[in-house]
Design a binder for this molecule. Structure first.
Ligand code: CTP
Length: 415
């Protein structure tokens, strides 16, 4: 495809270099048109080097080629990112004040705007009206993501992740004109990693969870446009950018963080490997081996079942209005045994825990934990046919998040 990538003058312009990379690596021919202001954030040399095409922002460069006419007519797709409040306003009012706005007026193919600005600017009546005007003309305007903005402020206004804009752009090019990110406007809480239950100041009971699945889910949810809260127990992999992270160690800490985050989440996904038991007592000092006393015996007590508590909280009469539509997703690792197969155990677990979806891993000693690939079955409380998903943890996560989006389809986003 021939793509025109318009870049607006916002700090998020630096992220658009990754978007450009995604387009070129997928084999598309991209011409970048930055606004004058955009070149204050990322220089023309960067765009030329990454696109392999000359870059200009003036209608008075190469006048003999009548660039705005040529680029606008030839483009199979125009993507504008970051679309600033100023660019949205100029596009909505049909101004032709630079090469990008001229090109937009000449466009014959689909146009996608990926806005980024401070929350107040995004919510301002003027911007709302401009977005409505553009949408009414068939231009696709993505909802911005929520989260940390340029300064200390946070809220809707973040540029959607490059992968999300890439997906939206390709969907648009394939004719899905009303495409929106499937989890735009949704808040998704995801627990990841393995809890650690201390025995003494230097020892703990832990498990082999790497956190890879939970992190892949967080990335998929973020890329689908959600505001993501990651509750991270011990993980071997770093938390991804663009998500809010709460770090926890024990099951009790995870419980507290999950119940708090769930209070205003549309979706809660419990991907963490939570210890079912913790030592009844934590020694304040290091447990020493001694010849004059018997070896220690560790007594364990049950940890609360967080998933079950989340379901109970969601179902509580006082939460019916606010959280009645919350979607709760559990994970289960099953081996099956002489008494029942994996699906039988998983079906029973789904009933017992009361969650809406249960993502079931079939584990053997060499499978799942710390591995990059996975194969799962998604069971639904509704009784829908079990859905198979296999592949890398990224692919499995994409399938789970797509399913979450489908389940949420009939539920409007939280106010
Ligand atoms: N989970 C939880 N709180 C716990 C234990 C597990 O919220 N104390 C969650 C996990 O995050 C996962 C799901 O419950 O989403 C299933 O966990 P799993 O360990 O497979 O199930 P258990 O209830 O521990 O059942 P069993 O040990 O009998 O297989």
């Amino acid at each position: 495809m021939r793509i025109v990538l318009g870049v607006g003058g916002g700090i998020a312009a630096y992220k658009v270099a990754s978007l450009l990379r995604l387009f070129t690596e997928a084999g598309h021919n991209v011409t970048v048109i930055p606004t004058e202001a955009a070149t204050r954030f990322v220089g023309v040399a960067t765009w030329e080097a990454l696109s392999g095409n000359p870059v200009s922002n003036s209608v008075f460069d190469d006048v003999h080629q009548v660039n705005h006419v040529r680029l606008g007519h030839e483009a199979d797709l125009i993507v504008v990112a970051p679309a600033t409040a100023d660019l949205l306003a100029r596009a909505a009012t049909g101004q032709a004040s630079d090469l990008l706005t001229n090109t937009l007026l000449m466009a014959r193919g689909p146009v996608l705007f990926a806005p980024a600005m401070h929350t107040e600017m995004w919510q301002h009546a003027a911007t709302r009206a401009n977005v409505e005007t553009l949408r009414s003309r068939g231009v696709a305007v993505l909802e911005p993501a929520s989260g940390r903005l340029t300064g200390a402020d946070s809220g809707p206004g973040r540029l959607p992740e490059p992968e999300a804009i890439f997906d939206a752009a390709l969907a648009l090019a394939q004719g899905q004109s009303d495409y929106q990110l499937p989890l735009a406007g949704r808040t998704v809480t995801i627990s990841a990693g393995g809890t650690r239950e201390p025995l003494d100041p230097v020892r703990f009971l832990g498990n082999r969870s790497s956190g890879k699945q939970g992190v892949a889910l967080a990335v998929a949810a973020r890329n689908a446009g959600a505001t993501v809260r990651l509750i991270a127990a011990h993980m071997d992999v770093p938390a991804p950018a663009g998500v809010d992270v709460v770090t926890v160690e024990t099951a009790l800490q995870l419980r507290e963080a999950a119940l708090a985050a769930a209070a205003d989440s549309d979706v809660v996904i419990m991907a963490a490997a939570v210890a079912d038991f913790r030592p009844a007592e934590i020694s304040g000092t290091k447990i020493k081996k001694r010849d004059d006393t018997a070896d220690p015996v560790i007594t364990l007590v049950r940890n609360p079942d967080i998933l079950q508590e989340l379901v109970e909280a969601r179902n509580a009469p006082e939460n019916r209005v606010d959280r009645g539509n919350q979607l709760i997703v559990g994970f289960a690792a099953e081996t099956g045994d002489g008494q029942g197969d994996v699906l039988a155990y998983a079906g029973a677990k789904l009933k017992r825990k009361g969650c809406d979806l249960l993502v079931v891993n079939h584990v053997g000693t060499d499978k799942v934990f710390g591995q990059d690939t996975n194969s799962v079955v998604i069971l639904a409380r509704s009784g829908a046919e079990p859905q198979l998903a296999a592949g890398s943890k990224t692919e499995v996560s994409a399938a789970v998040i797509t399913r979450v989006g489908q389940e949420l389809n009939h539920v409007s986003p939280r106010a």
